[in-house]
Design a protein around this ligand. Structure first.
Ligand SMILES: [Zn+2]
Length: 216
């Protein structure tokens, strides 16, 4: 039994309750890029502030690789994706699960996708690498948000692989390709590219560059 609490078991923990057999297409997507999220739950030994910081970080990782524009909703009733917590069967089982956005929603307000995070896991609710025998909450959140925006499980080596791996802490090439199919490229990247070009062309006009960045 000692092995059951060894690190290798943590590596092999199943990330979520979304079935591996589920296959989604690019039609599984929110029709509008502004996706509101909120929190309606708490995890033991995790402060509300840390919970929010981790979730915000996970949303930010997705919006940095595809066109979604996540927005915090102070009224959870208006959220399109809602974080909740529940006992999902004890430590090292299912860590979390999530609704997957279906095909053909008329608008984002037509659905509230519920995510559930397990109240019994030894969560590491920080943006740093998790210590031994703790589960990185932001990594699991980032994975689950992939489902919420329409992705199913994909090949190993991606964030959306079925198993938890704390080393894969953000969307990988396969995840990004799936997200871009649904939402296009990130807005910010386009802005950054322009800023870089501008910087190159007008390197001597430092103050102007700052002005342009502020306008954007
Ligand atoms: Zn999953």
């Amino acid at each position: 039994m000692a092995k059951a609490f060894g690190d290798e078991i943590y590596q092999a923990a199943k990330v979520c309750g979304v079935p591996d057999s589920l296959r989604t297409s690019e039609l599984n997507a929110w029709p509008e890029k502004k996706i509101r999220w909120a929190l309606a739950g708490a995890l033991p030994n995790v402060s509300d502030a840390d919970l929010k910081t981790c979730y915000e970080h996970a949303w930010g990782l997705w919006s940095s690789v595809c066109g979604i524009e996540p927005e915090y909703a102070s009224n959870y009733k208006t959220a399109h994706v809602l974080l909740t917590t529940a006992n999902l069967g004890g430590p090292m089982g299912v860590l979390a699960d999530s609704h997957v956005v279906p095909e053909g929603l008329p608008d984002n307000d037509a659905l509230q996708a519920i995510q559930r995070y397990d109240t019994t896991e030894p969560w590491h609710a920080k943006l740093t690498a998790p210590p031994s025998r703790k589960i990185s909450l932001p990594v699991v959140m980032c994975h689950e948000l992939g489902h919420a925006i329409g992705l199913s499980h994909i090949a190993d080596g991606n964030l959306l692989q079925p198993s938890y791996d704390p080393r894969i802490d953000r969307p990988q090439a396969g995840d990004i390709a799936e997200a871009v199919k649904r939402y296009g490229k990130p807005k910010e990247a386009a802005g950054k590219k322009f800023t870089e070009l501008f910087r190159k062309s007008f390197a001597s006009l430092g103050t102007l560059v700052v002005g342009w960045e502020e306008l954007d």
